[in-house]
Design a protein around this ligand. Structure first.
Ligand SMILES: [Mn+2]
Length: 431
């Protein structure tokens, strides 16, 4: 495995804080032991956790108003892979990379796969893009893609998705995530039922082209760019479509794609109960599809989602493996730092949820003791599991403190030299 920051450097950085980490780890081990929990079991769970990186997240995202590029940004998919490899080197929690086409299109997917594998990375699900017009595209998506009135536009959008599947198959991916911006901006613009009928017809054609070991993830989003009626606006529509399409179609929950205050953990419970929870795009939000860093606004919500996932794993057994991915837009931070700390926040919620005393929770629920049930969750949520996460990283060769190690390495300054900006570099943005 090759790394751009030397493993020796990471080891030297870790050495400076190892004694402190060990002391914190031992203290936490004592606390957990009194609760009847073994810290080593939890550390092993943390080490086994993975959340995929969005290739478009390593560049500055921007908003619909402006984009303020960062320094030394990746200019093509190969440079994005370098940044993703660095994130995984330091966090040891992000070995998967999710590509977005046509932004990440390459004429040599085999070479791309080889380089990613050399860095210890693999390709997670691929994402199609019919919410923009690609350069040189014959027909416009201005009035929709998979739901467009014009059958030729729909055929073009279907063909693009099938192309993504073929490219992904060469790269070793096992899933296609489909999000469309289709919908109406005015009452009356669409026949609401007709648009969904056209969507299903298009999706059936894509579904038929899926390899047998692939899944299709349907990503819903409440609004934007369609501000009156988005065709795939909510989990109900997503669930209905996934059910219509068949067992290879599942629902993808992007945390920012709901109305404010929506009980997302309940959506997770529902989709799990009916076998349609495909996976997540993790991020955080205050108002809408803000694409803020995971855990930066509402870490308790993230924890409650992982409580449902913990319950799902108990009930569903080994086959319950939702796909975890970050989907964020970084505008005022170094994207590498944001993605590293976000991966750690998702991993943190996972371990906090693993700490829940499920037996006690069950008991309190049966006895209608709402206060103690809530306290049982809070006890796990309040536990600072940072030493577990740091120890899992250090043992795997990662950094005790990924952001500090990254800053000390001078990685971004090297990239400033190596990567002078080029006009029209490959895309990054908000999805
Ligand atoms: Mn998303």
């Amino acid at each position: 495995m090759t790394h751009l920051i030397s493993d020796d450097f990471v080891g030297q950085q870790n050495a400076r804080s190892l004694a402190q980490l060990q002391a914190d780890y031992d203290a936490l081990a004592g606390v957990l032991q009194r609760r009847g929990r073994d810290i080593e079991t939890l550390t092993a769970q943390a080490a086994g956790f993975a959340v995929a990186l969005p290739s478009w997240g390593v560049g500055t995202g921007g908003t619909r108003f402006a984009r303020f590029p960062g320094i030394g940004e990746p200019r093509n998919v190969f440079e994005k892979i370098d940044d993703c490899a660095t994130i995984n080197q330091l966090t040891r929690a992000t070995p998967g990379v999710s590509l977005h086409f046509p932004w990440d299109r390459t004429t040599d997917p085999r070479a791309l796969k080889e380089i990613a594998n050399k860095h210890g990375l693999y390709f997670d699900s691929v994402n199609s893009n019919t919410f923009q017009n690609a350069a040189g595209q014959a027909l416009s998506y201005k009035y929709g893609s998979l739901t467009a009135q014009d059958p030729a536009v729909r055929a073009q959008a279907v063909a693009h998705n099938i192309d993504c599947v073929e490219l992904g198959n060469t790269l070793g991916s096992k899933g296609l995530t489909v999000w469309i911006g289709d919908g109406a901006n005015f009452p009356g613009q669409h026949n609401l039922r007709g648009a969904l009928e056209r969507y299903l017809e298009s999706m059936r054609a894509i579904y038929t082209a899926l390899p047998s070991d692939w899944l299709m993830y349907i990503e819903h989003k409440l609004f934007e760019p369609a501000f009156y009626a988005t065709t795939i606006a909510d989990w109900g529509t997503s669930f209905a479509c996934a059910t219509e399409l068949g067992p290879k179609a599942k629902c993808l929950v992007d945390l920012g794609h709901h109305a404010p205050n929506t009980n997302i953990e309940m959506i997770v419970a529902r989709l799990t109960q009916f076998g349609k929870l495909g996976g997540f795009h993790f991020n955080d939000s205050k108002y809408g599809d803000d694409d803020l860093d995971s855990g930066s606004i509402n870490p308790f919500q993230l924890f409650l989602i992982f409580n449902e996932l913990r319950d799902g794993a108990v009930r569903e057994g080994e086959n319950f493996k939702p796909a975890y991915m970050l989907d964020q837009s970084h505008n005022v931070t170094d994207p590498i730092e944001s993605l590293m700390s976000s991966a750690v926040e998702v991993q943190r919620a996972y371990i906090q949820a693993a700490l829940i005393d499920a037996e006690a929770l069950n008991h309190h629920q049966k006895n209608n003791d709402a206060l103690m049930a809530a306290q049982t969750l809070k006890q796990a949520f309040r536990t600072d599991v940072s030493p577990i996460l740091a120890m899992a990283r250090v043992r795997a060769g990662g950094a005790a403190d990924p952001v500090a190690c990254y800053r000390a390495s001078g990685y971004r300054d090297h990239k400033r030299e190596e990567r002078p900006p080029v006009a029209g570099a490959s895309g990054s943005g908000i999805v």
